[in-house]
Design a protein around this ligand. Structure first.
Ligand SMILES: [Zn+2]
Length: 283
């Protein structure tokens, strides 16, 4: 069953020439990858093949073993991959309903990379599913304080406050984030949107007008301004489409881009479809 790995290990032991095979054969589906007595190069190739096939649990075993053997200067990059793999395995566990397993993997991912937004999001979901709403909120609020504004985390906290009937905390959420990132249009938009939802029309209008100066071409701003005017009875031509557009929009839908490869994401994604890195989607 593990013959492929044994062969790789032997060939590695014989010297660098034999290591050249770029795509090692994979073990049969579901077979565990036993990485003991392995050397970094073949394990790295096997890990890449496993990740490509979406066999994250096995890739995680390989990666954990490999990390122990890589030189110090490569550790940071490999820990990023390890965090990504913990995230994927946690996601699989969460989908299977194994909440404790999911929590443990998401925590491992965050230990490796404390600003790993996708892991923080799903760690909160796992806590929520386990009947631990306070833990969920604590996880999300900590993630929201990261140096980079994390819109999906803010949107999730906002939703939680809405469900629990805490409108003032919906407002302070975005106000506090804006205090830390005053130039961030996505946060300014989030605050305006919350004001509007809470029927604080003057505050909402002021917020969107301030934004309009800096981003006159954003259709959402005009949609909101139109809707505000309509509510005040000043804009008779505002149409049903406006309101439909408003209901569909939230901060997660804001255009993002990959911080690593620059690819455009129409909305926030956990993993860049272009360079396949995790946690790189930025507003
Ligand atoms: Zn990318």
């Amino acid at each position: 069953m593990l013959g492929w790995l044994r062969d790789l290990t032997r060939s590695y032991a014989r010297g660098p020439v034999a290591v050249a095979a770029p795509r090692p054969p994979l073990p049969p589906d579901g077979a565990p990858l036993r990485a003991a007595e392995t050397a970094p190069a073949p394990v790295r190739a096997a890990r890449n093949a496993l990740i490509e096939r979406g066999r994250f649990a096995e890739a995680l075993v390989a990666q954990t073993q490999m990390l122990a053997a890589v030189p110090r200067e490569e550790r940071a990059a490999e820990e990023v991959t390890l965090a990504g793999l913990h995230y994927e395995v946690g996601r699989e566990r969460l989908e299977r309903g194994d909440l404790a397993g999911a929590v443990s993997h998401f925590k491992d991912a965050l230990r490796m990379q404390s600003d790993f937004v996708p892991a923080a999001l799903l760690l909160g979901e796992a806590h929520l599913k386990a009947g631990e709403p306070r833990d969920a909120l604590r996880v999300w609020e900590r993630a929201a304080e990261a140096p980079q504004p994390a819109l999906p985390v803010l949107a999730r906290i906002e939703q939680r406050h809405r469900e629990e009937g805490r409108p003032t905390r919906m407002i302070s959420l975005y106000r506090n984030a804006l205090d830390r990132h005053p130039d961030n249009l996505a946060l300014a938009f989030g605050l305006g949107r919350v004001y509007f939802e809470l029927a604080m029309l003057d505050e909402a209008a002021e917020q969107f007008q301030k934004m309009e100066v800096r981003a006159a071409d954003l259709p959402l701003i005009h949609a909101y301004l139109g809707a505000i005017l309509e509510r005040r009875g000043q804009f008779r031509d505002a149409m049903e489409e406006y309101r439909r557009a408003l209901r569909l929009s939230d901060s997660v839908q804001w255009p993002h881009h990959c911080a690593t490869c620059g690819a455009l994401h129409p909305r926030w994604v956990d993993r860049c479809p272009s360079c396949r890195r995790w946690n790189t989607s930025r507003p």
